[in-house]
Design a protein around this ligand. Structure first.
Ligand SMILES: [Zn+2]
Length: 74
């Protein structure tokens, strides 16, 4: 997962959090990353693209909430 680049703002540009049309991709990437760091043995241990619809939904909700929070504060 990449963190937003401060330079993008300093140069008058927009980072990934600023570009609204990138949000879905960002949420998907973040959800996959969160999934990767789940506690092994506690949940479905499948790779992200093979995880159950239930967990994919739950982690996308986490990711979407995190992205919204970061967009509001960065
Ligand atoms: Zn930004």
């Amino acid at each position: 997962m990449q963190t937003p680049q401060p330079d993008a703002h300093a140069q008058g540009g927009r980072c990934r959090l600023c570009s609204a049309n990138d949000v879905d991709a960002l949420v998907e990437e973040l959800a996959a990353e969160l999934w990767k760091y789940q506690s092994v043995g506690t949940l479905d241990e499948s790779p992200w693209d093979q995880a159950s619809e239930y967990w994919r939904h739950v982690f996308r909700q986490f990711a979407a909430t995190a992205v919204k929070t970061m967009q509001a504060r960065h």
